[in-house]
Design a protein around this ligand. Sequence first.
Ligand SMILES: [Zn+2]
Length: 264
Amino acid sequence: MLYFVFTVDGDWDEYFRPHGDRAPDARRIMPLIDREIDFASRNLGGRFIHFVHASPVAGDFFLGSGLISRWQRIERGGGSIGVHSHEEDPGKLDDSITSLSNGLKHAGFLPIAYRGGYMAFDAKSIPILEANGLKLDFSCDPGRHLVRNGRTVSDWRGASDNFYRMSREDHRKPGDSGVFEVPLGSAGKTKLYPEINSLLSIWAAAKALKRSAADKDVIVSVMAHTYDFARSGMVRKLKWTLWILKKYGRFINAEEALELIRRA
Ligand SMILES: [Zn+2]
């Protein structure tokens, strides 16, 4: 069987600006999150993951009461809340992940899903996820190799294009850690990432994934961002993407993915 997890990274446009005020503005981001929740509810019966953004720029903005009530709406609707750290100082990653996880737990959530900003991840991230009960990682983009200012941000060369239990020594290899990887859906050069790929190439990728799932369970993610919901053209493209993918597989949330992986 083929399963998809629709994932929305909770990032906003200004965050990616090189200069100026990059902090989230409540009056701008709240309506976008509302649109995202309504979109997931209408198109997926609410089954998706919203990855809550953590970074020095955001501080504890996303743990404020107006946001917590939105995360509660997502869970009530059948979705999941995950942790998305954009901390770029490797020495502060543990703090960033742990303080957001704890903040969410304090508000009554039990997050189990993680995705690194820019798909950043390495073996040193694994014990941090284990310590926080984050059993599913969604940072893998098979084949991705991103180096910035001489530092490796993300290296997924040779990683599997289906779920696997991660090795403690090498995050790209199967092993016996407490963290399972659910990669971004991909086939050839196409990713299930409507921001960068055409609907036709996504359609072809969906067919290829369906073939690969003929004799086993395949679970992959589909990637979007909160900022997509500011653009009506992008929202339409996301809608068509989901319409196509629903012909080939079933959409599930984080808890359902973990259950399927444990049974496999
Ligand atoms: Zn992000």
